[in-house]
Design a protein around this ligand. Structure first.
Ligand code: NAG
Ligand code: NAG
Ligand code: NAG
Length: 608
């Protein structure tokens, strides 16, 4: 206000072109309140002067007990200006005048003392032709005792005053770190407190440089986070609240390994000067706690039992998995999943999933285990059991338990924080010891086009449990460009262990029938044989056993030798045309054709 009106007065002088300048010396409006032991800077500038641009300044103090006595503090032109009370402090740099411009300076006192209270006068020696305007200006400084207190409160809801040595806190990764700070001031004047929580890396010396702000409450009550914590504040993972008149509480959720360190609370006291600007008049810091973050990966461990297993086929297989470590209980902040993997003996890699329980406790079976009777359950707080109702020889392999720990990050999404695999647990399931053999042949030896080809397959079985059942498939390999290739092997038909027939694709496209003609004797019939049915056929029987859980599993298989099917043309057909020409010629021609076909076919067979 005052500055504004003075300014317009000055502007009036200048604009009227009178050419007379009025010197004016300006210091901030008082009274200023500052706290003993802290620093103060008082600015002073001069306008409307004549003479050199480089003006000199002298600072004086009038103490309340002797308001008439001017004590020289410091001057820009005379190093011997200071009175005895200020001499040593000026010499030590604790009191100094700093030039900002030719016509502006700053008086700085780094550690205010109680006897520094009083009226400060900034005086500018005249360089003007005429004596006009003001040559000095005054501001009052009042020195307040230091009433700011900062300390740690225990993290409990009550917030008791903590012991003097900083506590050591351990939080689990993903959990919440809550720290309390008590900050109060009993300064008589109205002041605001700014409270800031900071972190210094473990073992690092603490200072402004090493201390990284986490979050702070500004004098205007705005909550702001340090640069690297802004995202977590925005996500609601980091919070700062004031509880009651003097308690402040910081909550940092989703603790990460990088959150470890020494936490501090810094309280700053701010006062509003008469000119409206806010000045910090005191600052104090207290150590809140040394915080360790226990990562899940450093803790999660998995053990399996009960050791190497040897069981017979059809017997139940039970494996236990214990998850251990100092882990947070499953709940809002942490979740776990446990599964079993199996690698067949000698197979590389971590194996394939058998069964697992997800973070919600929902079980699922791995690919290839869908039809099996398998249970995965939690039998104790940290013990999980895998049970295969009826083991099969194919279950032989090494089993590992795989546990994963998750923490709930910002946005309530689960993030995998750690995983651990147990040592391998070997499991052996005895083979059934079934020996299968298959003998296949073409009934009648030769077959002509248009007739039905009957292929028979006799199976012999040795060993195996009672109730063993047989299934058989018939396969054909077709000549491609005169060559037989196994890639063209096709299923023609078959019968499963329940006696249900299944049909594949017949090369010639006609009807197929499969049936059981004896207890261990299967038959495949290809009706209305055509030239496209030519090929090498075989039967592939398999032996099956049904377990108590009603699942079937294969205990043996075999493959018969090859059976060649060549649909001959009828001799009559080949003879029909030549007969018209003459029986003698016809007989010779027919015999030649017949022997050619036979010869070529035999050659083809030999080529195999
Ligand atoms: C001169 O000092 C006064 C009081 O400290 C301040 O408000 C003003 O901005 C200063 N003027 C200049 C030009 O520095
Ligand atoms: C798993 O924990 C249970 C109970 O805590 C214990 O009896 C069992 O021996 C443990 N098994 C393994 C393999 O560590
Ligand atoms: C095939 O089995 C049937 C009936 O089981 C039997 O009569 C026949 O002699 C067997 N044939 C051969 C070649 O083993």
């Amino acid at each position: 206000m005052q500055w504004g009106s003075r300014h317009s007065q000055l502007f009036f002088f200048l604009s009227t072109g009178v050419g007379c300048y009025a010197r004016e010396v300006l210091v901030p409006e008082g009274p200023l309140y500052r706290v003993a032991g802290t620093a103060i800077s008082i600015s002073c500038n001069v306008t409307g002067y004549e003479g050199p641009a480089q003006q000199d300044f002298e600072w004086f103090l009038y103490r309340p007990e002797a308001p008439e006595a001017a004590l020289g503090i410091v001057s820009t032109r005379d190093t011997r200006f200071s009175y005895a009370v200020f001499g040593p402090r000026v010499a030590a740099g604790e009191v100094q005048v700093q030039r900002l411009r030719g016509d502006a300076v700053m008086l700085k006192i780094t550690r205010l003392q109680a006897q520094d209270a009083g009226v400060y006068e900034c005086y500018t020696p005249s360089t003007d032709d005429r004596y006009l305007g003001s040559y000095s200006s005054k501001v009052e400084l009042r020195v307040l005792p230091d009433m700011l207190q900062v300390s740690a409160t225990s993290p409990g809801p009550r917030g008791r005053q903590a012991q003097t040595s900083p506590t050591r806190l351990t939080v689990h990764e993903g959990q919440e770190l809550a720290l309390g700070c008590l900050a109060r001031t009993s300064t008589q004047k109205h002041t605001h407190l700014a409270v800031s929580f900071g972190r210094a890396v473990p073992e690092a010396p603490v200072g402004r440089v090493t201390l990284q702000e986490v979050v702070g409450l500004r004098p205007d009550l705005a909550v702001e986070a340090g640069a690297s914590y802004a995202e977590r504040l925005a996500a609601g993972e980091l919070r700062l609240g004031k509880e009651g008149a003097e308690r402040y509480r910081m909550v940092l959720g989703g603790a990460q390994a990088e959150d470890a360190g020494t936490y501090h609370c810094t309280a700053a006291e701010w006062i509003q000067d008469p000119d409206g600007t806010w000045s910090q008049i005191a600052e104090k810091r207290a150590v809140l706690a040394h915080v360790d973050v226990q990562t899940l990966s450093s803790q999660l461990a998995v053990a399996v039992g009960p050791g190497e297993r040897r069981i017979g086929p059809g017997e139940p297989l039970e494996l236990l998995c214990n998850v251990s470590g100092t882990l947070p209980p499953p709940g809002h902040h942490a979740a776990y999943s446990v599964g079993w993997e199996m690698a067949p003996a000698g197979a590389p890699g971590p194996g394939r999933l058998v069964a697992q329980l997800d973070t919600e406790g929902v079980g699922s079976l791995g690919p290839g285990y869908e039809g099996r009777h398998i249970a995965m359950e939690k039998v104790a707080s940290r013990t999980y059991r895998l049970r295969l109702e009826a083991a099969q020889p194919g279950d032989t392999g090494t089993y590992r338990c795989l546990a994963k720990a998750y923490v709930r990050g910002s946005g309530a999404r689960l993030r995998e924080a750690a995983s651990a695999r147990s040592r391998p647990l070997p499991v052996h399931v005895r083979e059934e010891g079934v020996v299968l053999e298959a003998l296949a042949w073409l009934a009648g030896g030769t077959v002509y086009r248009g007739e039905t080809a009957s292929l028979l397959c006799n199976i012999s079985v040795r060993g195996g449990p009672p109730g063993l059942r047989l299934a058989t498939n018939w396969w054909v390999e077709r000549p491609e460009d005169g060559e037989l290739s196994s890639s063209s092997t096709q299923l023609v038909g078959g019968m499963d262990q329940d006696g249900v027939a299944k049909l594949g694709v017949r090369p010639g496209g006609g009807p197929v029938s499969v049936e059981l003609v004896g207890p261990r004797s299967h038959r495949l019939r290809l009706h209305s044989l055509g030239p496209k049915d030519e090929g090498v056929y075989h039967c592939a029987p398999s032996a099956w056993v049904q377990h108590t859980d009603y699942s079937w599993y294969q205990v043996g298989s075999a493959r018969s030798g090859p059976v060649t099917v060549y649909p001959y043309m009828h001799a009559l057909d080949t003879l029909f045309v030549p007969l018209l020409l003459g029986a003698g010629v016809a007989l010779v021609t027919g015999a030649t054709i017949l022997s050619t076909i036979t010869c070529c076919f035999m050659k083809r067979l030999r080529k195999r």
